[in-house]
Design a protein around this ligand. Structure first.
Ligand code: PMP
Length: 435
């Protein structure tokens, strides 16, 4: 039974906010505090957090080092805008340039969100190449601006009355579980990647400004391309004049285990990379990092009022410091393997788990009514979310059909917590899915 405080919060949520502010669960969960791997709701119930506020809390809720950096900066200097130089901005820029995923040196532009980071990247790619046409992937999610909505590869997030940015083409996603060609990897020869050539040559003027893709499609349900995908797709894009923009809003900062960037798992280098989410452990931030030779081609006056906020800059520097000193790239790899093994174990037990996929601490299970037909099971997924919540475990949801669980704990997670989460998930699966 919910208490009076929860009921009041839910009433106000309905009364005061846009009705399309989607929340998880039948009744939104009202959270009040967080520490490390745990969150507490307004009734004092504790939850093990295996979603991290959409892969954003990288180093644990209210991480003391990040919190102290933010408080100290709050007392010193809060805001000046990008019109002035600040040390926090340059210190962070120095760090991200040092760990960049491209060989050539790079330059950074800081904003407040993944959407803005992607806007900046696409504007730069168009300016640098002098070309307008873009190729993105089906199942893509790039944000909530008009450009990002025009690049949306998921009908659930497309407003019906949106005027679109033209010249965007959608390539087949490397979604092996539901292959558009009805093929099986590796016999498929990664046909989805090769199709990029035909897409560009038949539906554009033959030369594009950019090919933009997430190394692992986050909102799409952690769709994880086969290992050769980008080695095939990126040269095709470059042969047709396009830059490769890696949208690492979800996949950067060690999330995929062992490497700073998701794209490094695929042996290709981006021309431009964007990120946000996990970079500052919850402070608003967006990063567009481009090869210096490309960044130098941008000539229009670029300004962001809240971009490079000293608060977000020091939060990000502290977050990256924690990731480095606590060896969280390695931890994400190790714990990711334990999580993956556990999920594969659950797949043996539950027929409803059609697919297990992901990398590092970015793991998903896709739920189906029947393994042969692969009919999606969004109702079972919703029941599973509720059942996990009742047991004190928070996980995320995604995928075009709302039938994929996204499991992405903060990267400080330990083996005991992985085991606890798997046990709670197993109990929730037993309750939510037909046996
Ligand atoms: N790109 C990707 C891959 C994302 O997952 C998201 C957010 N889910 C965005 C861009 C947009 O980021 P934001 O919500 O910070 O604008």
């Amino acid at each position: 039974m919910e208490n009076a405080r929860s009921a009041e919060i839910r009433r106000k949520q309905r009364e005061l906010l846009f009705p399309n502010v989607g929340t998880y669960y039948q009744e939104p969960l009202a959270l009040e505090s967080g520490k490390g791997m745990f969150l507490k709701d307004v009734e004092g119930k504790e939850y093990l957090d295996f979603y991290g506020g959409i892969l954003t809390v990288s180093v644990g809720h209210c991480n003391p080092r990040v919190t102290e950096a933010v408080i100290a900066q709050q007392k010193k200097l809060v805001h000046v805008s990008t019109l002035y130089a600040t040390l926090p901005q340059l210190e962070l820029a120095e760090k991200v340039v040092q760990i960049r995923p491209m060989q050539e040196t790079a330059k950074a532009f800081f904003t407040n969100s993944g959407t803005e980071a992607n806007e900046t990247a696409v504007a730069l790619a168009k300016e640098a190449t002098g070309r307008q046409e873009l190729v993105v992937l089906r199942h893509n999610y790039a944000g909530r601006s008009t450009l990002a909505l025009s690049m949306m590869g998921n009908k659930n997030y497309r407003p019906k009355t949106q005027s679109e940015v033209p010249s965007i083409r959608f390539a087949h996603a490397p979604y092996c579980y539901r292959c558009d060609f009805g093929l099986k990897y590796p016999d498929c020869g990664v046909a989805c990647a090769k199709d990029l050539k035909s897409l560009i040559e038949t539906t554009t003027d033959g030369e594009i400004g950019a090919f933009m893709a997430e190394p692992i499609q986050g909102v799409g349900g952690f769709i994880t391309p086969p290992k050769e995908y980008f080695e095939i797709a990126v040269p095709i894009a470059r042969d047709h004049g396009g830059l490769f923009i890696a949208d690492e809003v979800q996949t950067a900062w060690g999330r995929t285990g062992g490497k700073w960037w998701g794209v490094q798992q695929y042996g290709v280098e981006p021309d431009i990379v964007t990120s946000a989410k996990g970079m500052a452990n919850g402070q608003p931030i967006g990063l567009t990092l481009a090869k210096a030779s490309i960044a130098d081609k941008s000539k229009y006056a670029n300004i962001s009022t809240f971009g490079a906020s000293p608060i977000s800059m020091v939060a990000a520097s502290a977050t990256l410091g924690v990731i480095e000193e606590e060896k969280l790239l390695f931890n994400a790899q190790l714990m990711g393997k334990a999580l993956r093994d556990g999920l594969e174990g659950l797949q043996q037990k539950f027929q409803g788990i059609g697919d297990v996929r992901g990398m590092g601490l970015m793991q998903a299970i896709e739920l189906v009514k029947d393994r042969a037909s692969k009919e999606p099971d969004p109702q079972g997924t919703a029941r599973l979310m509720e059942a996990a919540r009742r047991r004190g475990l928070l996980i995320g949801k995604g995928g075009l059909y709302g039938n994929t669980l996204r499991i992405s704990p903060p990267m400080i997670v330990n083996k005991g917590q992985i085991d606890d989460a798997l046990r709670l998930l197993g109990e929730a699966l037993a309750e939510a899915l037909p046996s």
